[in-house]
Design a protein around this ligand. Structure first.
Ligand code: ATP
Length: 254
């Protein structure tokens, strides 16, 4: 059984939160502020493809949320709206205090520094070592060399790849390459991590290893949003999930 989160079902009431309150009655959830809010969001591409329909969603700081759904249901589009790769046709998107409907130029770059992104196909630079791939973001931001080196080791340690620092991507397994891309996403210490089908190319063991790293990052306060087709990973990880179907968002009743 699912509850629709779009359109009429939520109009006039508070935006549904994706967060599941702690069973022990702790009020941590209510005290935390929303880090991501989507209100009445509709996205139709120029060719007429309707990706998202009147969607409402609130994600609180420190949440871990899965977004699931069949191919073409709008999962990647939803993430792209959060980092300003695509724009809404209608509605509001707010991320970490930034209003994405109007965000351009330097302010958009500022927001993007506050979001780490992990993709299914890793997107590593082939002719750069693991260390250089992870350092690249910080170089691009103009951080001093000393500061870059200070940050690299903890990031590589977090993903268990300190010993592969001088390898090139082609010398790594798929799971290791994905862990490098996670290190790259978090080396700038962003408060938000978006992972678009991060386990799509991995076997079950490597997939679980990736999810365990994402859980660890969440446990230190990073808000984590993961799209996946893999229902078994969601069950294993014990975090809330919402589902997209044809651009409509649903969540399990509970
Ligand atoms: N750049 C684009 N131009 C036109 N239509 C697009 C574009 N990107 C996505 N779409 C369409 O928008 C809809 C949602 O696509 P989206 O990529 O968000 O789905 P998805 O759930 O991430 O799919 P998958 O699981 O296959 O990655 C689909 O109908 C898709 O064809």
């Amino acid at each position: 059984m699912t509850q629709v989160l779009n359109g009429q079902a939520t109009r006039g009431s508070a935006i549904p939160t994706a967060h599941t309150s702690p069973a022990n009655g702790g009020d941590r959830a209510t005290l935390r502020d929303a880090i991501i809010t989507l209100q009445g969001v509709t996205k139709t591409y120029d060719n007429g493809s309707q990706a998202l329909v009147n969607l409402n969603l609130e994600i609180k700081r420190g949440d871990f949320l899965f977004i699931t759904g069949p191919s073409g249901s709008g999962k990647s589009t939803l993430l792209k709206l959060l980092y300003g790769e695509e724009r809404v046709n209608d509605g509001d998107v707010r991320v970490d205090g930034y209003d994405l409907t109007t965000l351009r130029g330097d302010r958009l770059s500022q927001l993007r520094r506050r979001i780490g992104i992990v993709f299914q196909d890793y997107k590593l630079i082939p002719r750069r070592t693991v260390l250089e791939n992870v350092a690249f973001v910080l170089w691009a931001q103009g951080l001093p060399r000393k500061e870059i080196h200070r940050r690299l080791q903890p990031a590589l340690k977090m993903v268990g790849l300190t010993h592969k620092a001088n390898c090139f991507p082609e010398q790594l397994s798929g799971g290791e390459q994905q862990r490098v891309s996670i290190a790259r996403a978090i080396v700038g210490t962003p408060p938000i991590l978006l992972a678009d089908e991060p386990t799509g190319n991995l076997d079950p063991e490597n997939s679980w290893q990736v999810i365990k790293i994402l859980k660890k990052l969440n446990s230190v306060g990073i808000t984590v949003i993961v799209t996946t087709h893999d229902e078994s990973l969601i069950r294993l990880s014990n975090h809330p999930a919402v589902q997209l179907r044809n651009g409509y968002l649903y969540r399990p009743k509970g």
